[in-house]
Design a protein around this ligand. Structure first.
Ligand code: KIV
Length: 272
């Protein structure tokens, strides 16, 4: 269904709720650096997520756990300098909000103050209720993240679909309601059954952004390197690749190597 889109010069947390009310789907993509964020922002993506997936995609770690608050702030400040229209949301990394709510607030304040971002995202439900509450009380917009929460990968054991069983699905619904009632402006639902995700989206007034959560939610998020086909070894069912940049970049770089080796580069027009 195509919906007449309202123009947003600058997307805010309020705009996202309005988009949900108007039935306009919300687009969200990750970025971790200035150059990529400039392209993503110019393409009118509504929300740029400075995800802790930078730990995997940029730093090459196996999980999102090792990335630090300082590193997230560095990535976020680069993205903020590029984003003229999109709302910039930053993941609070593992270990920077779970131990107590004061630490959570300190971390959120550092992100907002030192990067200039517009909002933070945290993973979990009732377990982090006090932290979410305290951050919100300081006037910092918070986005929740339920379902497959990669910071808890060692508890889950695998990256398979979450909440297939009734008990986990019921907890997820309760957590989503709680996050809405606390005042979060949106929730990411990762890798859960489409039917459950749709039920959650229909039961709360704040936007639900899915990744591997089907089409019945209010918007979609992907890791931009996956969408562009740069991370060619990652092939989950939910991923639609719009390019095969891995191959295109490899070919271009191999050609460059060849051109240097054969003294084809630089030619007469490429020197002073
Ligand atoms: O860190 C990240 O990129 C995320 C998305 C997968 C939602 O949290």
């Amino acid at each position: 269904m195509s919906v007449a889109k309202k123009e947003y010069k600058r997307v805010t947390v309020k705009s996202l709720v309005e988009m949900k009310q108007n039935g306009e789907k919300i687009s969200m993509l990750t970025s971790y650096d200035y150059s990529m964020a400039k392209i993503v922002d110019a393409a009118q993506v509504d929300v740029i997520l400075v995800g802790d997936s930078a730990s995997n995609v940029i730093a090459g770690h196996e999980t999102t756990l090792p990335i630090t608050l300082d590193q997230m702030i560095y990535h976020a400040s680069s993205v903020v300098r590029a984003a003229k229209r999109a709302l910039v949301v930053v993941d609070i990394p593992f270990g920077s909000y779970q131990s107590d709510s004061k630490e959570a607030l300190r971390s959120a304040i550092r992100i907002m103050k030192e990067s200039g971002a517009h909002a933070v995202k945290v993973e979990g439900g009732v377990e982090i209720k006090d932290s979410v509450k305290r951050i919100l009380q300081a006037g910092i917009p918070v986005m929740g993240h339920l379902g497959l929460t990669p910071q808890s990968i060692y508890k889950f054991g695998t990256y398979t679909v979450r909440a297939k069983e009734e008990r986990e699905a019921a907890k997820l619904k309760k957590d989503a309601k709680m996050l809405e009632e606390l005042g979060c402006f949106g929730i990411v639902l990762e890798k859960i059954p489409a039917q459950l995700a749709q039920e959650v989206a229909e039961s709360i007034s704040i936007p639900v952004i899915g990744i591997g959560a089907g089409g019945g939610v209010d918007g979609q998020v992907l890791v931009v390197h996956d969408l562009l086909g740069m991370t060619h070894e990652f092939n989950p069912r939910f991923l639609r690749r719009y390019m095969n940049l891995y191959e295109e970049m490899s070919n271009a770089i191999s050609q460059y190597v060849e051109d240097v080796k054969t003294s084809d580069f630089p030619n007469e027009n490429e020197q002073y």
